[in-house]
Design a protein around this ligand. Structure first.
Ligand SMILES: CNC(=O)c1c(C)[nH]c(/C=C2\C(=O)Nc3ccc(Cl)cc32)c1C
Length: 273
């Protein structure tokens, strides 16, 4: 840890503390997330290593960059060094809009959506095997100085899911959990599509599609699949793509490939080239 200088704690990540730190070698501002593997079984430790190795190979402009990992055996901690995203996460963007009483312009929503799809395309179509994020939510989507979206806090959810000892103190309410996750506890790439639909809904409506005070009530609402329309300022096209992604039948949900071919997405993908 001596190669880094702590600047400030910036988050209680889903699986551990997140600090903004400075890399002494070049004064670059990066982030470290600490994970305590002290009580992990050997199987979970092996999975943690393999998940971190997956992170290391994920190099994409819309995925939070992994730089390094440091293992502090004495304190049974692993520190994962990652890209600092100055814009913070999208949940803060939503919060600022609510406080400011204004909606996010539709064009910005399509830009955010296009970049999430690019990140998912990278994960779902990898040659070395598909990666499922499993925990896509506004708090895991970060913005850099140019307002580029970066999908972060990856895959560790697999090991740290509810079956492990690490059910987290601050595990948030599963607003973005798909019906198949709730009912059959199975997860596939169409579940990532469902969560992305929920996020698109929330970025437009400034609140999640389903809200409830208990997880049981939330599960019931998700299964009913009824949610309010978007604010009238948004187009039929945005409403339609959200409805397609939030289809209770995962077979009917579009794949990432289908979404890449959507006019509003393909238009913005071409613009970037
Ligand atoms: C108010 N939010 C912030 O100030 C903030 C900023 C500027 N960056 C972050 C978080 C991260 C950040 O900047 N890079 C990250 C990589 C992985 C994870 Cl799990 C989190 C981050 C946060 C929470």
């Amino acid at each position: 840890m001596e190669n880094y200088e702590k600047i400030k704690k910036i988050g209680q990540g889903t699986f551990g503390n997140v600090w903004k730190v400075r890399r002494k070698s070049d004064s670059k501002e990066v982030v470290w997330k600490e994970l305590d593997y002290g009580n992990m079984s050997d199987k979970e430790k092996k999975q943690l290593v393999s998940e971190v190795n997956i992170l290391r190979d994920l190099k994409h402009p819309n995925i939070v960059r992994y730089y390094d990992r440091i293992i502090d055996k004495e304190n049974t901690k692993i520190f994962i060094i990652m890209e600092y995203c100055k814009g913070g996460d999208i949940s803060h963007l939503i919060k600022r809009c609510i406080e400011g009483g204004q909606h996010i312009p539709e064009d910005q929503i399509w830009k955010i959506f296009t970049q999430i799809i690019e990140a998912l395309y990278e994960c779902h179509n990898r040659k070395s095997g598909k990666i499922l994020h499993r925990d896509i939510k506004p708090g895991n989507l970060f913005l850099d100085t140019e307002n580029n979206v970066k999908l972060g806090d990856f895959g560790l959810a697999r090991i740290m899911g509810k079956e492990s000892l690490y059910a987290y103190t601050n595990v948030g309410t599963p607003y973005y959990m798909s019906p198949e996750q709730i009912n059959e506890n199975k997860y596939n790439e169409k579940s990532d599509i469902w969560s992305t639909g929920c996020i698109l809904y929330e970025i437009a409506s400034l609140k999640p599609p389903f809200e409830a005070s208990t997880q049981m009530a939330l599960a019931k609402k998700i299964n009913e699949g009824k949610y309010n329309r978007l604010p009238v300022i948004y187009s039929e096209e945005l409403w339609r793509v959200i409805n397609l992604m939030m289809n209770s039948d995962q077979e009917k949900r579009p794949s990432v490939q289908d979404l890449v071919n959507f006019p509003q997405v393909s238009l913005r993908l071409r613009e970037k080239r």
